[in-house]
Design a protein around this ligand. Structure first.
Ligand code: HEC
Length: 151
């Protein structure tokens, strides 16, 4: 029994040496999402830890194996939507992203529920959701007319 416990601790200690990518890549400030201050504030407070290059890495992101999960989530999140690189998406992609943002927020899928357990301040009120929705829909229409004008 003692050997098993010691073995367990050795494994946990060794886990800490496995490298974890907690980098916040440099990105051009011009690519940052442009949105009304109210929207920007919501995104920064509730989404930026995962969906931007400005992640605030919490203490538990330094403790394996939790650190592996956190780093994985951030990597996945940035691949889907990275608000620090929003300018690299074309209009169509941006509109699609906005639709998804609206869906995810209303379905309660985002911010990730497990994240909210430790970051209750990131939870969205019904009012904040409505603000997001209005923003997402409004921009869609603007982009559609822009496309028609181009044709
Ligand atoms: C704790 C990290 C985390 C936070 C905070 C977070 N997300 Fe995500 N998000 C993810 C991960 C991981 C994925 C990709 C995997 C998935 O779909 O669950 C994702 C995917 C998404 C997607 C794409 C879904 C799809 O199916 O393609 C949208 C849209 C999204 N997030 C919006 C948001 C918005 C808006 C916020 C803030 C209100 C937010 N997320 C906050 C981690 C996060």
């Amino acid at each position: 029994m003692k050997k098993i416990i010691i073995g367990f601790f050795v494994v946990v200690v060794l886990m800490q040496f496995w490298p974890v990518d907690r980098s916040n890549p440099e990105s051009d400030a011009a690519l940052e999402i442009e949105a009304p201050a109210e929207i920007k504030a919501i995104l920064e407070k509730s989404c930026y830890d995962c969906h931007s290059n400005k992640t605030t890495w919490p203490w538990y992101s330094y403790v394996a194996p939790v650190s592996w999960l956190v780093a994985y989530d951030v990597e996945e999140a940035r691949e889907h939507i990275n608000f620090s690189e929003w300018g690299t998406y074309n209009k169509k992609q941006q509109n699609h992203a906005k639709e998804e943002i609206c869906d995810e927020v209303f379905e309660g899928e985002m911010p990730l529920p497990k994240y909210l357990k430790l970051h209750s301040e990131a939870a969205l009120s019904e009012e904040q959701k409505q603000v997001i929705k209005a923003w997402a829909l409004q921009e869609d229409v603007e982009a559609d007319t822009a496309q028609v004008e181009q044709e």
